[in-house]
Design a protein around this ligand. Structure first.
Ligand code: GTP
Ligand code: MG
Length: 577
């Protein structure tokens, strides 16, 4: 049997400018490439306005998603031994069809993702798999594309997957990152390096789409033509290795929602059991799918049905990938927010760099948390960065209203009476020529929010201008599409105070550490002193002093109170579900 294996991911986009422009999602070296494009544009276009048309290689999120979804359907996930012989493994798998791509990774054991050139190869592989018989246990006979390779001959260490091919799918620890950044020569390089260390890799993107595809196989038992798509930071360009996997079960394509009703002919009698409210239908569907995932989903553990939340969801851990998953349905506005964030990230490379740095800084100081609570969410933080970039002079990114004005009839989108229309054709967007460096932008970001009047003003990316707060809330960030809502409604006053104090401190700190210290020490043993962005990630002095003072005055700190509150809410949600 012929075996065709493409070179490892990423190498194709290592050097060539043209090739880089075609691969928008594999970002490793793309980040650097985009910077070159950007500098090129600034250097060569003497006018005040830069046309995004110059960067026409960008694909819409829909196009990227369709391509990745199709790749995932041709793929299988195989659990193997930690000393699997790579050559023997590939030879064995190639018996079932041409291998297009493959990689190994570690997550509580060794796994391989194998993408075949044709979907038929997956069927033929499944035909060829043996069903294990275990005499003393009863098994659920559910056939999936999660397989396990056993007893593949002798171990040969020289043939094990190499380090690069068996990367862990998690980000490096913060201390390691601080060390790495301290070795860089400039703050701009530190920011670029931080983005490269944290952003999702090509393999991680593929794994995320594959998990969605495996989940779709389960849901397809009830809804054969459904799709399950990732959204949020898994696809918007701001995802960090290890971020959760938000999934959207899309039934609109089969619900007949947007179809015109024929006058005569055959109709599906029980296509939808009637219910008064769409929310109840969503809850019922998620309840059934959640049950199936719990009972039959290979590798899915800790399934919780959180159906009474504002946006009902099924939460679980997918062990083979290590992803924490949230499955939602009927969540089209969130898909639109994802698309909008993706578009902003594609418009100018500085957007993504700044968002990554601010997210990382916020996480290092516990401004954000993976536990839901009264803290600022990553989504809110990203909107704050976007708003800041709209407020630069000249602005780095346009307002949402401007993107709406550029939209064509094909972009029209109204979801539950909310206008979600904005332009999808990148070539219609013209950017103003702002040449600020990442270093300047980071310093200015801290200054901007250190003195922002959170007491009276609301952050509004639709208008690109602060507005008077329409309601009382410590932090008000207008939801870009559901404009009567505040995306940071959960945030309490003490969290806003902490954020402002940290912005003040960081603004001061970065000014003090703006240049790299000269390296001392003997050959090969240079001392690495944190400087620039690294110092921003070290434990905060101001916040520590403040919290010590506060502890004396308050019987229980706000932080503990909000943690208790969040635990109570989580318990309530679990009891209700
Ligand atoms: P991390 O998971 O923290 O990395 O970021 P995320 O952007 O994925 O955030 P999260 O998982 O909390 O939410 C997933 C997506 O849902 C976001 O990217 C948004 O598109 C959307 N979303 C989250 N919170 C809100 C909100 O309050 N309002 C709106 N409109 N959309 C939200
Ligand atoms: Mg998420």
């Amino acid at each position: 049997m012929r075996m065709r294996i493409s070179p490892s991911f990423g190498s194709a986009m290592a050097s060539s400018f043209t090739v880089c422009r075609l691969h928008t999602i594999g970002r490793g070296s793309l980040v650097k490439c985009l910077q070159k494009v950007d500098t090129f544009l600034h250097r060569n276009i003497g006018t005040n306005v830069v046309a995004v048309q110059e960067k026409n290689g960008f694909k819409s999120l829909y196009a990227v998603q369709a391509e990745r979804q199709e790749q995932a359907e041709r793929s299988v996930l195989i659990s193997c031994h930690s000393r699997t012989n790579e050559k023997k493994f590939l030879k064995y798998i190639a018996n079932y069809g041409d291998i297009q791509k493959y990689f190994f990774y570690e997550s509580y054991g060794m796994y391989a993702v194998v993408e075949f050139a044709n979907q038929e190869s997956v069927a033929s592989l499944l035909e060829g798999t043996a069903i294990p018989s275990i005499s003393h246990e009863s098994l659920v006979p559910f056939k999936s594309r999660l397989l396990s390779m056993r007893n593949l001959g002798s171990v040969d260490l020289s043939n094990q997957p190499s380090g690069k091919k068996r990367q862990a799918q998690t980000s490096i620890p913060i201390n390691e990152l601080i060390q790495r950044l301290s070795k860089e020569e400039s703050i701009d390089q530190q920011i670029t390096s931080l983005t490269e260390a944290y952003q999702l890799t090509e393999e991680n993107y593929r794994l995320r789409y594959l998990v969605c595809s495996l989940l779709k196989d389960i849901a397809a038992g009830f809804f054969p033509e459904c799709t399950i798509m990732p959204f949020g930071s898994s696809v918007n360009g701001f995802g960090k290795l290890g971020c959760d996997l938000d999934m959207f079960l899309d039934l609109d394509g089969i619900s007949g929602k947007n179809a015109t009703m024929p006058k005569s002919g055959l109709f599906l009698e029980y296509q939808m059991k009637r219910a008064n409210l769409e929310r109840i239908v969503t809850q019922n569907i998620l309840s059934v799918i959640g049950e199936c995932v719990d009972q039959f989903g290979p590798g899915c553990v800790g399934v919780q049905k959180i159906l009474n939340a504002r946006c009902p969801l099924v939460r679980f851990a997918h062990q083979p990938s290590g992803f924490q998953c949230d499955l939602t349905a009927n969540n089209r506005v969130a898909m639109k927010s994802t698309e909008l964030l993706y578009l902003y990230g594609e418009l100018d490379p500085r957007v993504r760099h700044l968002v990554f740095t601010v997210r990382c800084w916020a996480r290092a100081h516990s401004i954000t948390s993976s536990i839901p609570g009264a803290w600022i969410s990553n989504f809110s933080l990203t909107v704050m960065v976007l708003f800041f970039l709209q407020r630069r002079s000249p602005p780095i990114i346009p307002t949402l209203n401007h993107l709406r004005d550029l939209a064509g009839p094909e972009d029209k989108s109204v979801i539950e009476d909310n206008d979600c229309t904005f332009v999808s054709d990148f070539s219609k967007i013209r950017l103003e020529s702002n040449t600020e460096t990442l270093e300047q932008l980071l310093c200015e970001f801290f200054e901007f929010y250190a003195s922002f009047c959170f007491r009276t003003l609301s952050i509004n990316i639709r208008k690109g201008k602060e507005q008077n707060k329409p309601e009382v809330a410590p932090l008000h960030i207008q939801n870009p599409f559901e404009t009567t809502l505040n995306v940071s409604k959960n945030v309490n006053a003490s969290q806003v105070d902490r954020f402002v104090a940290l912005c003040q401190e960081s603004s001061w700190l970065i000014q003090q550490n703006i240049t790299a210290p000269s390296r001392d020490g003997t050959k090969g043993k240079a001392t690495i002193t944190p400087w620039g962005v690294s110092t921003l990630l070290l434990p905060s002095q101001v916040a520590a002093i403040k919290s010590r003072k506060r502890r004396k005055i308050e019987p229980a700190s706000e932080r503990i109170k909000s943690l208790l509150e969040s635990l109570k809410n989580t318990n309530n949600q679990q009891n209700q579900s």
